[in-house]
Design a protein around this ligand. Structure first.
Ligand code: ZN
Length: 209
């Protein structure tokens, strides 16, 4: 069977179930990325980031406070997107570099222009995962839509939530059966031969760059 690749990046952590999700990925020899919110990183939660990094998972930015970036000034956007990078480097010595997922997938052209100036590589989504950020989401919905829309080359957007963790217990073995490998964003770019990903645009599927 020909190998297919996707990269799931789970947003909004560190939150409960992050370590359980990591353990689940490990069972299938899969990796993932976590898009981290700066203001959730505290003395009490930084162990989750260390656990991710120690197990070969990747951390990327997801702003400091998850405010709607289009309502902020350019300087505030820069602060939102760069502060967590410095903070996490100081706390655990890990460099999230210039890779991020914008909060709320902001499509605003001025925001994207600021991101371009910052040299930010923006991870989007090339498949759908049952709107798992909604409190009303169910594991069944997450499973159904993920398995229906999964395709080689896609970034997937999931969230660190209990219903997502439950859904992944079904999704991961099924993806393995279908010949998928789940990798970190950095591994994904490398496997797909992309050495200089475009900046300031949402990247949804690496086969369409
Ligand atoms: Zn988010």
């Amino acid at each position: 069977m020909e190998k297919k690749y996707i990269s799931i990046v789970l947003d909004d952590g560190p939150l409960p179930f992050m370590c359980e999700i990591i353990d689940l990925f490990k069972e299938y020899d899969f990796k993932a990325g976590f898009a981290i919110m700066g203001d959730r990183v505290t003395d009490d939660t930084e162990y989750m980031l260390k656990y991710a990094v120690d197990n070969g998972f990747q951390l990327v930015g997801h702003s400091h406070t998850h405010r709607k970036l289009e309502t902020l000034t350019d300087d505030e956007i820069i602060k939102e997107m760069t502060e967590p990078v410095t903070d996490i480097k100081n706390r655990i010595g890990y460099d999230m570099k210039n890779i991020a997922r914008l909060p709320c997938h902001c499509p605003d052209e001025r925001v994207l222009d600021v991101c371009r100036k910052l040299g930010l590589v923006l991870i989007g989504y090339g498949m759908h995962c049952g709107a798992d950020w909604e409190p009303s989401a169910t594991p069944e919905r997450v499973i159904a839509q993920t398995l229906e829309t999964v395709c080689d080359g896609a970034f997937a957007c999931m969230h660190v939530r209990e219903h997502t963790y439950i859904a992944l217990k079904t999704i991961l073995p099924e993806l393995k059966n279908r010949g998928y490998e789940l990798v970190t964003p950095d591994e994904f770019f490398k496997i797909k031969g992309i050495t200089n990903p475009p900046v300031g645009v949402h990247i949804h599927n690496l086969n369409n760059i």
